[in-house]
Design a protein around this ligand. Sequence first.
Ligand code: IMP
Ligand code: MG
Length: 194
Amino acid sequence: MPAKKKPAPLHPDLSEVLLTEAQIMRRVKSIAGEIKAVYGDGEFTIIALINGAVMFTADLMREIDNPVRLDCIRVSSYGTKTKSIGTPQIIHSLTLDIAKRHVLLIDDILDTGKTLKLVCDLVRELKPASLRTCVLLDKKARREVAMEADFVGFDIPNKFVVGYGLDFAERYRNLRGIGVLRPDRQNAGAWATG
Ligand code: IMP
Ligand code: MG
């Protein structure tokens, strides 16, 4: 019998794979069911926090058959660091009118909670009919402000992760799974030396 082929590693810069593409896709489908159970058949407006939430939002939206509208907000990112620095800033805001609309805010990961809190505060000022939040990953150990998401894909340990939209210095977003970035790759100059 031919030897069983080992699955190809996600990326050599990862120390471990946390979530495979198949695990993510299964959970995305089940979160879509949870969302559907809350909204029924009604219309709602999705606001994705870009760039991190692009993959998750694209996959999740396609599992939902409600009438949905889509808008995006861009918040300042980590730059080339793996630790959240200071207060996040809104760089690009909404174009759709969300007054009296049901809003679902989507982000890739809930970490200190500062980003989601900032965006929730901004959205609330625009008087939506309702506001709920959905994150693929939740790093509870790192929370600095009181913030919990209404829908959570996976609770993960306090490790810096990349893939499926999540980046380090804009790299690794295109990996199909999610993994822990090797410590020796956690500085922006690391790639210059290969
Ligand atoms: P927070 O404001 O500290 O909750 O940070 C949220 C944002 O930080 C997320 O939208 C991500 O863009 C980024 N972030 C937090 N943890 C990670 C990580 O482990 N990998 C990649 N990005 C992260
Ligand atoms: Mg982000």
